[in-house]
Design a protein around this ligand. Structure first.
Ligand code: UDX
Ligand code: UDX
Ligand code: ADP
Length: 468
């Protein structure tokens, strides 16, 4: 029989595991939650004043429960052995090698977790897939667990996380829905009972395992598709004097379409959208559905086009050359209110500007210089073993990272806004204009400065999806 959950172990202290477990500990004081990771430095950060991820509201929740019923530790085996429920929340990056390279998910870390659980478990455990996974991964997890030699028994659930970065705490506090897929009613009920402590019953949705796994990929594919759809229209708007924000407003009032996720931008980023769509595409091909694969591939193709198009427009507008021009890059994170830069459009825009021989002065309120340089090195390295000397020089000689937006714009020919940080709208634009080269261009990849009418004070202002 499966009793109420008393001890939880979460494997993986990342962007998903950390905040989700902090919320469970915050809501369920009678459950002991241990978050484990093989990365000792990350665990040390979770135990310090400076948490490894920036997320509004996270600090208070972690510091409120840490050391009580929320424990961060590297003692993986012990935490697994003690727990009655184990969440797997490790990373599932796109494979960079071998079969399916560039598209399939790398399930190495998931499989290692399953093997570890099989090895050290005793008694009965409920194993919960929290990471985003290809549909039918649970089959592999079950097969590995079935080989446990200790006589331990397992139920496997899929419980994908839908939180968005930057709003993780709000999303966890009041989720649109919590999705739980499984085969054993009792195991499903045990996890339902955990969430029921703060999530209303009508938002707790249970399905079969495979629907749950596939729903996560599908949700991300639909969300990304909306961004690519509106971005495709932004290109047409620039050619026709339509304004993409007006179009988005007009279509969003149709209740069948809805107003959210229609913000045109320099391109979507983040750890999930591209990875999950490529994974969906790979799965469709695997199951012999090339038309479906092609349909979804187009969402990524359009996003790549949007990023390239932004740089082309900058170069064209600046008299067809940005060579040796200083360009201020405002924002490097993939969206505001996060320090995460995975797949950020800024990485690709900066790469293309560097290839045009521009000089970049980058400012982001939450991203460190080390992170920015690492991202740029990786994109130039492009999966190769080593960064070429030429690329290293290009980055070293042409990239500076500064600590405020005004300094970045000092003596610059242009400002490129790549993340919609609120503080950018509060900059002293009259002062900035004085100190920039003329004509002073602003290329707003987020339309965050659109309402400021910067052209009235003397800027050449260009945003996404409109022409003035
Ligand atoms: C459509 C638009 O809805 C309407 O706003 C516009 O003015 C004219 O075009 P209409 O073609 O009359 O209206 O019907 P609609 O309800 O949109 O359905 C169009 C087709 O899509 C139908 O064949 C319908 O069966 C199909 N459909 C619609 C689906 O297959 N699935 C759905 O979820 C919705
Ligand atoms: C996404 C999903 O929203 C979340 O449910 C899932 O669990 C993980 O993936 P996340 O990547 O954290 O979350 O952020 P999201 O807010 O979805 O933004 C993704 C990217 O799309 C960002 O680069 C954002 O700037 C961009 N975006 C989003 C737009 O360009 N326009 C929009 O209208 C919305
Ligand atoms: P996500 O965005 O999915 O949370 P992250 O990369 O932020 O992904 O976090 C995943 C975490 O999982 C990393 O901190 C990594 O060290 C950890 N991890 C990966 N494999 C294992 C493993 N076998 N055991 C414990 N932790 C692991």
């Amino acid at each position: 029989a499966i009793g109420p959950v008393k001890k939880i172990c979460c494997i993986g202290a990342g962007y998903v595991g950390g905040p989700t477990m902090a919320m469970i500990a915050h809501q369920c004081h009678d459950i002991e939650v241990k978050v484990v990771d093989i990365n000792a430095e990350r665990i040390a950060q979770w135990n310090s004043d400076e948490l490894p991820i920036y997320e509004p509201g996270l600090d208070d929740i972690v510091k409120g429960r840490r050391g009580q019923n929320l424990i961060f530790t590297t003692e993986v085996d012990e935490a697994i052995r003690e727990a009655d429920m184990i969440f797997i929340s490790v990373n599932t990056p796109t494979k960079t090698f071998g079969v399916g390279a560039g598209r399939a998910a790398n399930l190495e870390f998931i499989e290692k977790c399953a093997r570890k659980i099989a090895e050290v478990s005793v008694g009965h455990k409920i194993v919960v897939e929290k990471s985003t996974l290809p549909v039918r991964t649970a089959e592999a997890v079950k097969a590995i667990l079935a080989e446990a030699t200790s006589g331990a028994t397992f139920d496997v659930l899929s419980n994908p996380e839908f939180l968005a970065e930057g709003t993780a705490i709000d999303d966890l506090l009041a989720p649109d829905r919590v999705l739980i897929g499984g085969e054993s009613e009792a195991a499903i009920q045990a996890l339902v009972d955990v969430y029921a402590q703060w999530v209303p019953a009508e938002r707790l949705l249970t399905t079969n395992l495979w629907s749950s796994e596939l729903s996560k990929l599908t949700a991300n594919a639909f969300l990304a598709q909306r961004v690519s759809s509106i971005n495709s229209i932004s290109a047409l708007c620039e050619a026709t004097e339509a304004d993409v924000d007006e179009v988005a407003m007009a279509i969003g009032m149709d209740s069948r379409i809805g107003p959210k996720f229609l913000k045109s931008s320099v391109g979507f980023g983040g750890s999930c959208f591209q990875k999950d769509i490529l994974n969906l595409v790979y799965l469709c091909e695997y199951f012999g559905l090339p038309e479906v694969a092609d349909y979804w591939q187009q969402v990524v193709t359009m996003n790549d086009y949007q990023k390239r198009r932004f740089v082309h427009r900058m170069v064209r507008t600046m008299f067809n050359t940005v060579s040796d021009k200083k360009i201020a890059i405002w924002g490097f994170a993939f969206k505001k209110d996060t320090n995460d830069t995975r797949e950020s459009a800024a990485i690709y825009v900066c790469r293309d500007l560097l290839l045009e021989k521009a000089r970049l002065s980058i400012y982001d309120p939450q991203v460190t210089k080390a992170q920015i340089v690492a991202n740029l090195e990786a994109v130039f390295q492009n999966g190769d073993q080593e960064l070429s000397a030429v690329s290293r020089q290009l980055i070293e000689n042409n990239v500076e990272v500064v600590s405020d937006a005004e300094t970045a714009a000092d003596s610059a020919h242009a400002i490129a806004v790549l993340t919609e940080w609120d503080e950018f709208a509060n900059a002293d634009f009259a002062k900035i204009l004085q100190r920039m080269k003329k004509p002073a261009f602003v290329f707003d990849g987020r339309n965050t400065l659109k309402g400021l009418n910067l052209e009235d004070i003397g800027f050449d202002y260009q945003g996404i999806g409109f022409s003035r």
